[in-house]
Design a protein around this ligand. Structure first.
Ligand code: AGP
Length: 613
């Protein structure tokens, strides 16, 4: 998620903003910028890459003034470069603005503005907002009213902060939905605005947090708080007691826990702007997919590493079930050496959070060299995997700091579900009613994730029971077989307990010899087409005295009567269930590692992105 800092007061805004952005670096970003009102006009400095590049640019070509805003951007629309970096200006140069969130309807807004003669200077969704503000300002209303009017056009979640050279005594900020916070900090004859507390904690601990659909008009004298509908809001500032480092993780102990809980937001964002719930259709414009080519595809080979490969295993089930296209999943480091059979109608689909994993990049190159169409599902916009793809789907999940991947596992599950529906739609192989029903299910995903996250205290109890185990088996079937692999990998990589994921049906072919009271078994058994088989798996495990932890659908009294521990998930359409069943396993691995006193965010021997072979 992006970082925002604003300042108005007697001091020079530039260093205050740049230092504030530095304190937000942990949020992950790929470009940065600052805008300051200097001698009556707005000066902007923006740069791709890390903050030091922006600092060097400002050193070379200084700007200073008493009013300004700054931003660290995590790209979701448009490459991470200076052109797309925030702050963004409109046509007149009088207004400058920074934004967190995704303008879900930015395509149609952009088309309308272009039809009115607006010339866009960036590829971002954000730029439509500043042009809308200018359009309303031109009617002679003040900045806050123009902002209110502009925001009424937007769909999606937003945090927006803007200033105008024509109204140099104020900063206007607003929040819609949960696109990251907007906080107003109180100083002596000076005020601060920030997306996150660490940016302004050295200046003030007196803060008001905007809630959804609230607007702040900030002057040196203080804050005027209103609803977007214009009603005045009384407020009492909070006093922040956090220390700066703790503030980076918010109320969470580790980035991994924060990112597990961010899945409500990241699942919302990966769906954002891609689903027409009215029509029951999916839009993935960056895939550059035509109906003609969709009809020709004869095979999809999904290539990835680690957690991403397990996401691909779920994708295989979804794409084959919905789009009826043959799908193979291959570990990237194997694909590139197996002399793969590729035709001009083969698609190689890479999945990679970082977009920089050496094995995955090499496998993509191999597929390309053999004439395949190469797509990628990536989280880092502008990454190598994205650049070498013929088309891509951005996970839009925000930066993932914890080495153990969590939200970058569930986002590609949704992305592949949407891809499957789009392919079936373009190939004309899915009846409209079925397609609409599949699309409608997407709307429930973030709430289902929220429901299972609310059960975290139950998972903590299971973690306490398992924290001293030395090995463990995870069993799953069908669409949840990969969930077993992923659950085992989470436990392995952060708690250093040996864990294996297995297809449930495979136990009787050897591994059941391992079953005894020292071998706990985690059995993924939500109410899906395979649940009866998994119940018998539980019985077989119990018959050999293995302790059983089950993942079951709320209300499943059969499993409750059999398993030693049950972690419940809400009733979920079976094709979407891996998004939900993995969350208790993420939490279980996290809490066991915490109980074992290990470094959850930076496990030994691991790197966040394996850029070597
Ligand atoms: C997952 O928790 C690990 N961090 C690792 O398996 C990771 O998924 C793998 O290295 C692939 O990374 P990528 O998604 O950035 O390509």
């Amino acid at each position: 998620m992006c970082g925002i800092v604003g300042y108005i007061g007697p001091r020079d805004a530039t260093p205050i903003i740049l230092n504030g952005l530095k304190r937000l670096e942990y949020r992950g970003y790929d470009s940065a910028g600052v805008a300051v009102l200097q001698e009556g006009s707005i000066k902007v400095r923006r740069e791709a890459g890390k903050l030091e590049r922006l600092l060097a640019l400002v050193d070379e070509d200084p700007i200073s003034g008493h009013l300004g805003i700054g931003h660290t951007r995590w790209a979701t629309h448009g490459e991470p470069n200076a052109r797309n970096a925030h702050p963004h200006m409109g046509a007149t140069g009088e207004v400058v603005l920074v934004h967190n969130g995704i303008v879900e309807n930015f395509l149609e807004l952009r088309e309308e503005l272009v039809a009115e003669g607006v010339e866009f200077k960036s590829d971002t969704d954000t730029e439509v907002i500043v042009h809308l503000v200018e359009k309303h300002l031109a009617t002679g209303i003040p900045l806050e009213e123009a902002a209110r009017a502009a925001l009424s056009h937007l769909q999606g979640h937003h945090g927006v902060v803007m200033v105008s050279s024509k109204e140099p005594d104020k900063i206007v900020a607003a929040r819609i939905g949960n696109a990251g916070g907007v906080a107003i900090g109180f100083g002596q004859d000076e005020m601060f605005v920030a997306s996150d507390i660490p940016a302004i904690l050295e200046h003030t601990r007196e803060v008001v947090f905007l809630e959804s659909r609230q607007m702040a008009v900030v002057t040196r004298a203080g804050l005027k708080l209103e609803t977007l509908e214009g009603e005045k809001i009384e407020y009492t500032p909070d006093i922040i007691s956090w220390d700066p480092v703790a503030a980076e993780k918010g109320e969470y102990r580790h980035f991994m826990q924060k990112e597990i809980h961010e899945q409500i937001r990241s699942l919302t964002d990966t769906i954002a702007g891609r689903v027409d719930f009215e029509e029951g259709r999916i839009r993935l414009p960056q895939l550059n997919l035509t109906a003609d080519f969709a009809k020709k595809i004869d095979r999809i080979i999904i290539i990835a590493c680690g957690t991403a490969a397990y996401a691909g295993m779920v994708g295989k089930v979804l794409i084959e079930k919905i789009a009826r296209i043959p799908v193979e999943v291959d570990i990237a480091s194997e694909f590139r050496y197996r002399d793969p059979i590729i035709t001009p109608n083969t698609v190689v689909l890479a999945i990679s959070q970082s977009g920089e994993t050496a094995d995955t990049l090499a496998a993509m190159a191999e597929g390309k060299a053999r004439g395949a169409t190469v797509w990628s599902i990536v989280n880092v916009i502008g990454s190598q995997a994205m650049r070498i793809s013929d088309g891509y789907i951005s996970m839009q999940s925000g930066p993932e700091i914890g080495v153990a991947s969590t939200k970058a596992y569930t986002a590609p599950l949704v992305d592949q579900y949407m891809l499957a529906i789009l392919l079936a739609d373009l190939r004309g192989t899915l009846p409209e009613a079925e397609r609409k029903a599949l699309v409608a299910e997407l709307a429930r995903v973030p709430d289902l994730a929220g429901q299972v996250l609310a059960r975290e205290p139950e998972v903590v109890k299971v973690a306490e029971a398992l924290k001293d185990i030395t090995h463990c088996l995870y069993l799953g079937r069908g669409v949840n077989m990969p969930t077993a692999y992923e659950g085992a990998l989470k436990l392995k990589e952060i708690s250093y307990i040996h864990a294996e994921g297995y297809p449930g049906g495979e136990m009787k072919h050897g591994p059941i010899a391992l079953f005894d009271e020292s071998m706990p078994v985690i059995i993924i058994a939500p109410r899906d087409p395979w649940v009866d088989k998994m119940v018998s798996q539980i019985e077989q495990s119990k018959a050999r005295r293995s302790p059983v932890v089950a993942i079951a659908t709320e209300g499943d009294s059969v499993i409750a009567g059999l398993a030693d521990h049950v972690m419940y998930v809400p009733e979920t359409p079976w094709m979407l269930s891996p998004i939900i069943t993995v969350i208790p396993l993420q939490l279980l691995a996290y809490h066991i590692a915490v109980l074992r006193g290990l470094d959850v965010d930076q496990p030994r021997n691991l790197a966040k992105s394996v850029t070597v072979e």
